[in-house]
Design a protein around this ligand. Structure first.
Ligand SMILES: Nc1ncnc2c1ncn2[C@@H]1O[C@H](COP(=O)(O)OP(=O)(O)OP(=O)(O)O)[C@@H](O)[C@H]1O
Length: 420
């Protein structure tokens, strides 16, 4: 058999900067934010103790990268001034409760103690406090994806108050919470909000010009010289700015365009590669949101909406979505939520960019109603649900037939418009 691999790579010189764990040398296009961030952290260097800061903004807008860079600078300055500063970083995506976070922090502070699963929380807290007091100085706990802690506020209440509650004598603690969930802040209890959100920094989405600067920087690190045709970066930036303004998505698009060109043994990456990459990235993003971000109940709400969209004779309004949702729950044997909870889920699906709404007049009867449609092709959404056997069990037997009919009629609808 002939080798299935392609010839020598003519496109990339390095792919590390595209990896999740890569931290760029420079943070571009965020000078104002960096200034604001530095002002919030100045207390540490001036000896007034670490602040609590809440960082928020959509996904991929540089919250984590900027925070990592700020901590590098802060550590260097604190070191130069002989100040004791300890920074502990925890991603709450993997540790979603106070218990899991404190176990992790205790293990980081005191690795030889090895906290075992089931250790009483009081024991864990006392390991943390005695270790922090032994080290002394300022301690900053960074909680990335802090919203994953949900309603478990114990850590957020207790940790920033540890000094005033007499748990610490030689040290003081501040929390930097990072979140892309806008609802999280609103849902915090007053007592936690007032401390955690003492200082807030909002990261806005990038515009096309900012994305171009970021993409040019990464392109220099990752592509061989002169392989990108001149419209590739502006196109990647324009597509992403119109959509989310998310730098991760723009980088993903650029890398995928390069992958496609490499797969074709092409010597250049061009506009067509970016177009192909765009539909690949869209498909992958939709899949990621559905599988990683939605609860089962949200998935069922989206599934009901998708089947209604396929059933072209029925309006996709909440009442109909809810009724189909209840049938699906029954079919796959899960709890059924109230209509108002499903309304909330529909708002969340809109926030994730999976569905969109339009207002419809109800004609002579008067009044208006909202009609929902899918942002992506139904096939992409259903293909994702098919990967989950429990959800697939809810599919009607006629799914494939409905899907083909829908796709046929969308195609013929397009042709008849062209005939005009
Ligand atoms: N201003 C920037 N300069 C250089 N690189 C950037 C910038 N903004 C984002 N990036 C890069 O884009 C990617 C996504 O950024 P980052 O992880 O910081 O986003 P985030 O806002 O923390 O997203 P999430 O909420 O999903 O965690 C990373 O590879 C990061 O290095």
């Amino acid at each position: 058999m002939e080798s299935p691999f392609k010839g020598p790579n003519q496109i990339f010189k390095d792919k590390d900067p595209f990896k999740e764990e890569y931290t760029p040398e420079e943070i571009l296009e965020r000078d104002d934010i960096i200034e604001e961030y530095a002002a919030s952290l100045q207390d540490v260097l001036d000896g007034f103790g670490p602040p609590n800061v809440f960082i928020y903004g959509q996904t991929g807008v540089g919250k984590t990268a900027t925070t990592t860079k700020m901590m590098e600078y802060l550590n260097a300055e604190a070191g130069a001034q002989n100040q004791s500063l300890t920074v502990i970083n925890v991603n709450c995506n993997k540790r979603t409760s106070t218990y899991q976070v404190i176990s992790h922090v205790a293990n980081k502070l005191h690795p030889s103690r090895e906290i075992k699963q089931g250790t009483h929380p009081d024991t864990i807290w006392s390991v943390i406090y005695s270790e922090i007091d032994r080290i002394g100085g300022d301690v900053i706990l960074i909680l990335d994806e802090i919203d994953k802690l949900g309603e478990d506020e114990q850590l957020l209440y207790e940790f920033p108050r540890s000094r005033s509650m007499g748990e610490l004598e030689n040290a003081e603690v501040g929390i930097i919470g990072i979140s892309n969930n806008f609802k999280f802040r609103e849902n915090l209890s007053g007592r936690v909000k007032s401390t955690l959100c003492e200082k807030e920094i909002q990261f806005s989405p990038y515009d096309a010009t900012e994305l171009q600067t970021i993409l040019n920087y990464y392109a220099d690190l990752t592509f061989k010289p002169d392989v990108l045709s001149s419209d590739v970066i502006p196109l990647c930036a324009a597509y992403t700015a119109q959509d989310t303004g998310d730098a991760r998505m723009a980088l993903d698009l650029l890398e995928t365009a390069g992958d496609i060109a490499r797969h074709e043994n092409s010597e250049l990456v061009d506009e067509e590669h970016v177009r192909l990459a765009r539909s690949e990235v869209d498909r992958a993003n939709t899949r990621d949101i559905i599988t990683e971000r939605l609860t089962t109940q949200m998935q069922l709400t989206l599934m009901a909406t998708t089947f209604l969209v396929l059933d072209e004779g029925t309006d996709t309004k909440i009442k109909h979505i809810y009724s189909l949702y209840k049938n699906l729950c029954e079919k796959i044997g899960t709890d059924t939520l109230s209509e108002s909870r499903i309304r909330d889920h529909i708002s969340t699906l809109e926030m994730f960019g999976l569905i969109e709404s339009s207002e419809k007049n109800l004609g002579r009867r008067g009044g208006r109603t909202f009609i929902y449609s899918l942002v992506d092709e139904p096939r992409i959404v259903l293909d994702t649900f098919r990967e989950d056997a429990q959800l697939e069990a809810g599919f009607p037997a006629s799914t494939d037939q409905l899907l083909s009919q829908y796709e046929e009629s969308s195609k013929s609808g397009f042709q008849s418009e062209l005939d005009l």
